[in-house]
Design a protein around this ligand. Structure first.
Ligand code: ZN
Length: 80
């Protein structure tokens, strides 16, 4: 009686990046925090895509992301 429920737990979450099932349920699904406050968080992601993105983010953190963030701060400051 339980086998069907175990195989298909209601809603299957699909990874927003690769469209594969994340293999996780709602409570422990992976969402990545946005780089900027006005962005929404990215997810749910499967573990593979989440790791990939975290690695990429760390690689670029000192370069483009920081530059972009700095530009936005300058822009805001200029308007004040
Ligand atoms: Zn994925």
């Amino acid at each position: 009686m339980m086998t069907h429920a175990n195989h298909y737990p209601g809603t299957v979450q699909l990874c927003v990046s690769c469209n594969e099932p994340t293999g996780r349920c709602k409570e422990d699904s992976i969402y990545l925090e946005p780089e900027f406050e006005h962005q929404s968080s990215l997810g749910p992601l499967c573990e593979e895509c989440a790791e990939e993105r975290i690695t990429l983010a760390n690689d670029h953190e000192q370069q483009e992301v920081t530059n972009e963030a700095t530009n936005k701060i300058h822009h805001k400051t200029a308007r004040l």
